[in-house]
Design a protein around this ligand. Structure first.
Ligand SMILES: [Zn+2]
Length: 222
């Protein structure tokens, strides 16, 4: 797997990274059981997705499903994740997004339940996420409407909360999405704790201005 963030992956490398990331997602406690899901764009323009309702611990490359961006299954014997529209809509609408991860990280989901954005009050969040992590409006899990609503919130930002549900991150490849989900979850926990200590002081406007182009430049690299 490339260490160079600008190096594009082959189809086999993408699938291997997707599987490894899915296993890491459950090992890191970002989901429980068979919940959460991942997808990545393949070099031919189709997408590889995690299957529906299968434990990550025993999942193999053969369990992954390849779909075109309209959701037709091209490879694999399993059904794709029931949230496939969530993933495919993000990949369809945003050409610079190459991977999508959805999880139920605990602190992030707390913010999603009260429908409060996670404020961007840490420099690295500006650089990697692009600003506050907003809350996409509630839509039923698995619905096309959820995909459309969530896809509206990513692109200019790398993460969005899904009302009463969880978190979604987008990136260049699956590991990128995991790294971002971990950053969002850590930020959600820190903000939650900081609010118990006192009022959070926002970043100076000059820092916000300085950080604004960093995310956009990073996304353009791949
Ligand atoms: Zn979910």
């Amino acid at each position: 797997m490339p260490t160079n963030p600008t190096a594009k992956l082959t189809a086999d490398e993408t699938k291997a990274m997707l599987l490894a990331t899915a296993k890491q997602m459950i090992a890191d406690g970002l989901v429980e059981g068979t919940s959460g899901n991942l997808s990545a764009r393949l070099p031919d323009g189709n997408a590889v997705l995690t299957p529906s309702s299968l434990p990550y611990e025993t999942m193999t490359l053969d369990d992954l499903v390849v779909c075109d961006l309209d959701g037709n299954v091209l490879e694999g014997t399993r059904s794709p994740t029931t949230e496939k529209d969530l993933h495919l809509e993000c990949l369809r609408v945003h050409q610079d997004i190459h991977a999508v991860m959805h999880c139920h990280a605990k602190y992030s989901t707390m913010f999603a339940l009260v429908r409060q954005p996670i404020p961007c009050v840490i420099e690295e969040v500006h650089a990697y996420i692009g600003g506050d992590i907003e809350v996409a409006e509630y839509q039923l899990t698995g619905s096309k409407e959820l995909g459309v609503e969530v896809a509206r919130h990513v692109g200019d930002k790398a993460a969005v909360l899904m009302a009463n549900h969880g978190l979604l991150t987008v990136g260049k490849h699956p590991q990128d999405c995991l790294k971002l989900a971990t950053l969002v979850e850590r930020t959600a926990e820190i903000v939650w704790g900081a609010r118990a200590l006192g009022s959070i002081v926002p970043l100076p406007e000059s820092t916000v201005q300085r950080m604004a182009p960093v995310y956009k430049n990073y996304m353009r690299l791949y």
